[in-house]
Design a binder for this molecule. Structure first.
Ligand code: FAD
Length: 539
């Protein structure tokens, strides 16, 4: 499907070098005349880095990189592009954790957002400001969520909604949605923003919120970088817990897992389980290697996982279950100003009694709140050490209506993924969210027809030769399966090769019309985030 667009990273780096900016470019001369010229690099090292991303699947050679010292530098660049008869593309790049070149700007200028924290004449911390009285934090768009967490915790406070991995930028996740196991209660990160500073595609600096320039505010949140560059976000804070009970329970079927997850997240209708967990996710273990390695994350665990025969017992359970196991992953927060200490034992007791997991396959351990939230970092460091972080990541993430999750499980978890790609082991996430915690006025697209919808993240790396192609084929097969089974899914961190895909498969007529109208208002020359491949020319 991706055809000529896809190249291997090695090829990508070589192409980026070859396509590095030519000195004769008149475009370069124009930038030289701008006040920001000193902050621009067009050497092969800078442009090659800005031309690839975490996905390591695509390449989009940038002509130059802007290292802004303040938001006004970005505004100057955008105004310069706007003033041209053929504007050059400009893309904000957080940390380039995109998977398909979404933060790239082919033949244009990539804005290295972290420079705002480094070059602004202060430290990173100076772009993180907590108001204890107002219970919010003002965070630069380039700030990492892990730094937001630590700045808030210094005052005993915390944001409510997270991503699983915290080394992503505020502007990057707010351009998508920002989801994790807390979203069922508080909504995605885009539902947890009070105010933004944005530089539109016209180079105008605008402050917006639900009460002020609300159309721009709604457009930018989940807006895939299409309407403006977020330079500041005001995030509400609440009293922070200090600890978490981290629970993992094994299930032999999708029906019992999803049934329990749905009860846990159903915070509107009281049932025996609703609201007992503060974080609810789940994983699918459809691959022999992953099943064998299923274990607790720390050796201090008091669960069955620390027993010497744990892996063999899990493998036997998997065999009896037909080769696929499920794991409910949850957390109960307590301690600190959030309180809840005496309550946590009681909540845990009820959960372990009422949930329908396989008895004898429970793992519970006690970790700090920070250790829990930053849990993926540990995995990153291990993968980096093993040389398996900078490999291609052809991820597929889907939102599915609740009513079809079991059909999806039967066809995909027990069908397509059982014919796995050897060596390509990565987490497969499955967890539900409440639709009413999402705001349909924002740009993000999600299934709206039912009260709950699921996210399924098939997050596999391509480690061996040929894996990338095989994984891409399997992703296509999954999408075809959904189409044939009429499972109306929406892709998250989506990729479509052209505008028609976005219009027809992603947005649908009403949301597309609104998206185009907003684009016409805030970035009519289609300068911003062209790497998303939504708009290729002026409107
Ligand atoms: P980039 O990849 O640099 O940019 C993403 C898009 O936003 C681009 O279009 C870019 O142009 C635009 N953009 C960047 N900064 C700004 C800005 N300041 N203003 C306007 N537009 C901007 N996502 C989740 O929701 N939940 C998860 O649990 C989760 N886990 C992840 C784990 C890993 C290991 C990785 C690699 C990604 C994960 N993601 C998750 C995906 C993540 O949300 C996206 O990768 C997102 O793009 C953030 O990455 P980034 O900050 O590096 O942004």
């Amino acid at each position: 499907v991706l055809g000529c667009f896809l190249q291997t990273v090695q090829g990508a780096r070589a192409d980026a070098d070859a396509l590095a900016w030519t000195p004769a470019s008149p475009f370069r001369d124009e930038l030289r005349d701008l006040g920001v010229a000193a902050l621009i690099r067009d050497d092969a090292e800078a442009t090659a880095l800005a031309s690839t991303d975490f996905g390591n699947v695509t390449v989009a050679p940038a002509a130059a990189v802007l290292y802004p010292s303040c938001p006004a530098d970005i505004a100057a660049l955008l105004r310069a592009s706007c003033a041209r008869s053929s504007p050059f593309p400009v893309s904000a790049r957080g940390r380039g954790h995109s998977v398909r070149g979404q933060a790239a700007a082919t033949d244009g200028v990539v804005v290295d957002m972290p420079s705002l924290g480094r070059l602004g004449g202060g430290s990173t911390a100076s772009r993180l400001s907590v108001s204890v009285e107002g219970q919010y934090i003002d965070a630069g768009g380039e700030q990492l969520w892990v730094d937001v967490l630590h700045a808030a915790l210094a005052h005993g406070l915390t944001p409510r909604s997270w991503t699983d991995y915290l080394h992503l930028t505020v502007g990057g996740t707010l351009s998508n949605a920002g989801i994790s196991g807390q979203a069922f209660r508080y909504g995605p990160q885009i539902s947890n923003v009070q105010e933004l500073d944005v530089i539109t595609g016209l180079g105008e600096m605008v402050t917006c919120s639900k009460g002020r320039n609300s159309d721009l505010f709604d457009a930018v949140l989940g807006g895939l970088g299409q309407f403006g560059v977020i330079t500041r976000a005001r995030i509400p804070l609440v009293p922070a817990p200090t600890r978490a009970r981290w629970v993992r329970l094994l299930y032999t079927g999708a029906a019992s897992l999803t049934g329990d997850q749905e009860q846990l997240i159903d915070v509107e209708r009281a049932n025996a389980l609703s609201g007992l967990m503060d974080y609810v996710e789940g994983t699918v273990l459809a691959d022999k290697g992953l099943i064998g390695s299923w274990r607790s994350p720390s050796p201090s665990s008091s669960s069955f996982c620390s027993e010497p025969d744990a892996a063999a017992r899990v493998a036997k359970l998997a065999e009896e279950a037909g080769g696929v196991l499920y794991c409910l992953e949850g957390a109960l927060y307590y301690g600190g100003t959030a309180g809840g200490e005496p309550d946590v034992e009681k909540r845990l007791e009820t959960l372990l009694r009422e949930l329908r997991y396989e008895r004898g396959f429970a793992s519970v351990h006690d970790v700090s709140y920070v250790e829990f939230l930053d849990r993926v970092r540990d995995g990153e460091l291990k993968l980096r050490a093993a040389g398996q972080w900078d490999v291609p990541h052809p991820w597929l993430i889907l939102f599915l209506p609740r009513s079809r999750v079991l059909d999806f499980a039967a066809g995909v978890f027990h069908g397509i993924l059982r014919r796995g790609v050897t060596g390509a082991k990565g987490p497969i996430l499955v967890y539900p969210m409440n639709r009413n915690r999402w705001d349909s006025d924002l740009s993000a697209v999600f299934p709206e027809e039912e009260e709950m919808f699921y996210t399924v993240g098939i997050l596999r790396p391509a480690v061996s030769d040929g894996d990338l192609g095989r994984l891409e084929e399997q992703n296509d097969e999954i999408l075809r399966f959904c189409e044939e089974a009429r499972i109306r899914c929406v892709e998250y961190l989506s990729y479509y090769p052209d505008q028609a895909g976005w219009e027809k498969k992603h947005f649908g007529p009403a949301k597309w019309a609104r998206f185009v109208e907003r684009k016409r208002k805030y970035d009519p020359k289609a300068i911003l985030s062209r790497g998303q491949r939504i708009f290729a020319s002026s409107l």
